[in-house]
Write a new protein. Structure first.
Length: 126
């Protein structure tokens, strides 16, 4: 797969696993996620994503910070939705909106990723 569209269109479950290398305040992490979505989706799509972003904020609100070695996993499970886990513990109920998952993945794989080299490496672009 070489594009966000190919990734989203591929059948079956999908996983994005983040292992933190440094301490990050969970509120700051939430803001970074929101900003990453804003930078990569159209305004109308972003507006539709606000409820999911609020839910993500609530999920991370109970966690004060994420530190070195902490793992956040975003699993898209067909028929279930987006399941977010932190260090193996499921955070809240799944977010079932496929458009939300697409927008969330755009942070890393969209037209304005936070890190182009990371995007290319994750999509195996040469």
């Amino acid at each position: 797969m070489h594009t966000l569209q190919e990734l989203i269109a591929a059948p079956g479950p999908k996983r994005l696993k983040m292992t933190f290398l440094r301490e990050v305040d969970s509120n700051a992490f939430g803001k970074l996620l929101t900003r990453g979505v804003q930078d990569n989706v159209a305004k109308d799509q972003f507006s539709r994503m606000v409820p999911g972003l609020i839910r993500m904020g609530e999920m991370f609100g109970s966690i004060k910070s994420l530190g070195p070695g902490d793992v956040v996993t975003d699993d898209w499970i067909p028929g279930t939705g987006l399941v977010v886990t932190v260090n193996g513990k499921v955070q809240g109920e799944p977010i079932t909106d496929p458009e939300f998952f697409h927008g969330l993945m755009s942070i890393w794989f969209g037209p304005n990723p936070g890190d182009w080299k990371l995007k290319d490496a994750m999509l195996d672009v040469k």
